[in-house]
Design a protein around this ligand. Structure first.
Ligand SMILES: Nc1nc2c(c(=O)[nH]1)N[C@H]1C(S)=C(S)[C@@H](COP(=O)(O)O)O[C@H]1N2
Ligand SMILES: [Mo]
Length: 374
């Protein structure tokens, strides 16, 4: 590895502004590393919950855990915006050092920095676009790209830290480090306070930058995809509607009146969207495990696939793992806030389960297929 002597390093970094110093860069890097680490782990968790490999197990309690981890994912991701900007500002003069490459090790180092900066920018920009649900600038499938570039960023980050750490033990300081760090911390604070209201209710009024707020929308809950958007209006309003529950060689067809005649339960649970917003509702309906029991099956030994009236689309169905299927708070909800579900919230019936991403809370249910777990 090529070591630049401290004096030269200082000279290179100082470039034009006296505020730049290696120690500032190190401190920004540490803050960025923590935010990035939390963002990566919570993002990985969200991915595993949505695409569970065989070894993965996710409980149904505590009910609000996913709401917390995904809120943290989006909040730490957004906090990296000012941190990343300041960090790039603090080192950008180095991009113009001459000669641009001093040997193989230096070339590898510069390449890893380019990969890191590129990946970090991609994650922040694509994440913000997804929160804003503005997809035209992303000609790829957001979830897959965001997931794999996350791994790329973490890999490049580890290389970067490994390369830089040995030379930073006595990083030279600059005069304005504290002021710059305070300014960056303040900027990160403003970003957090102005967006976290999308999931922390008391801060909703100052949530100027959050595209969605809890408490807005029909029945006081934001809508992710409308019935018209999903193309289910006619099927959902059809008086001949039946919910099919099938498995273990049996098929049960339930009308809305049949469902309403089964024991009703009420539970307070949040929709926690992967996009970072969340909102709490009071749901009433039939326990999923009671429907499974209609088939003569033991809910504690089953999983289920729930499907929507929606004909196509990635989110028309979801899998319910055993902990959620057996949980007494998991409902096929018919009512929200004491009234029949609004059409846009999944009328006539939707799934609502504790500790699950919003994307798995399938609306406009048409069929539940129950299988033995294993
Ligand atoms: N059938 C169906 N169900 C769905 C979706 C969908 O697109 N189709 N979107 C999901 C997503 S991403 C979220 S966040 C929640 C939002 O529920 P709400 O619109 O009632 O707030 O519904 C989920 N259920
Ligand atoms: Mo969502």
């Amino acid at each position: 590895m090529v070591r630049i002597p401290d004096t030269r390093r200082t000279a290179l970094i100082r470039f034009s502004s006296p505020l730049r110093s290696t120690r500032l860069t190190v401190h920004l890097g540490a803050a960025l590393g923590i935010a990035f680490g939390v963002c990566f782990v919570t993002g990985l968790l969200s991915h595993l919950i949505q695409h569970p490999p065989g070894w993965f197990w996710w409980p149904s309690r505590p009910a609000g855990l996913y709401r917390f981890t995904q809120g943290l994912h989006v909040a730490t991701g957004l906090a990296t915006v000012p941190l990343l900007g300041a960090k790039l500002w603090s080192v950008y003069p180095r991009l113009f050092t001459w000669p641009p490459v001093r040997g193989l090790a230096h070339a590898a180092e510069r390449l890893s920095v380019a990969a890191l900066a590129g990946a970090a920018l991609f994650q922040v920009v694509s994440g913000v676009l997804n929160v804003a649900r503005w997809y035209p600038p992303m000609p790829f499938f957001f979830t897959t790209a965001h997931y794999w570039v996350g791994w790329l960023a973490v890999g490049a980050l580890l290389v970067h830290v490994g390369v830089q750490l040995p030379g930073l033990r006595r990083a030279p300081d600059g005069p304005g480090r504290r002021r710059v760090l305070l300014a960056v911390a303040a900027a990160a604070g403003v970003v957090t306070v102005s967006t976290i209201g999308q999931t922390v209710r008391p801060l909703a009024p100052v949530s100027l930058l959050a595209p969605r707020r809890p408490g807005t929308g029909p029945q006081g809950l934001p809508v992710n995809r409308t019935a018209a958007g999903a193309g289910v209006r006619d099927a959902a309003l059809d008086p001949g509607y039946r919910l099919t529950v099938a498995g273990f060689g049996r098929v049960v067809e339930l009308s809305l009146a049949d469902l309403a005649a089964l024991p009703q339960h009420t539970t307070v649970l949040a929709i926690a969207c992967v996009e970072g917003w969340s909102s709490t509702g009071t749901w009433t309906g039939v326990r999923l495990r009671d429907l499974v029991a209609l088939l003569g099956a033991d809910p504690a030994a089953c999983t289920a696939r729930v499907e929507s009236l929606q004909a196509g689309g990635r989110y028309r169905g979801s899998d319910v793992a055993t902990p959620h299927l057996a949980d007494e708070r998991t409902l096929v909800a018919l009512r929200l806030g004491g009234e029949p579900l609004a059409l846009d919230h999944g009328y006539p019936a939707r799934l609502i389960a504790p500790n699950r991403p919003g994307v798995l809370q399938t609306k406009w249910l048409s069929r539940i297929t129950v299988r033995s777990a294993r």
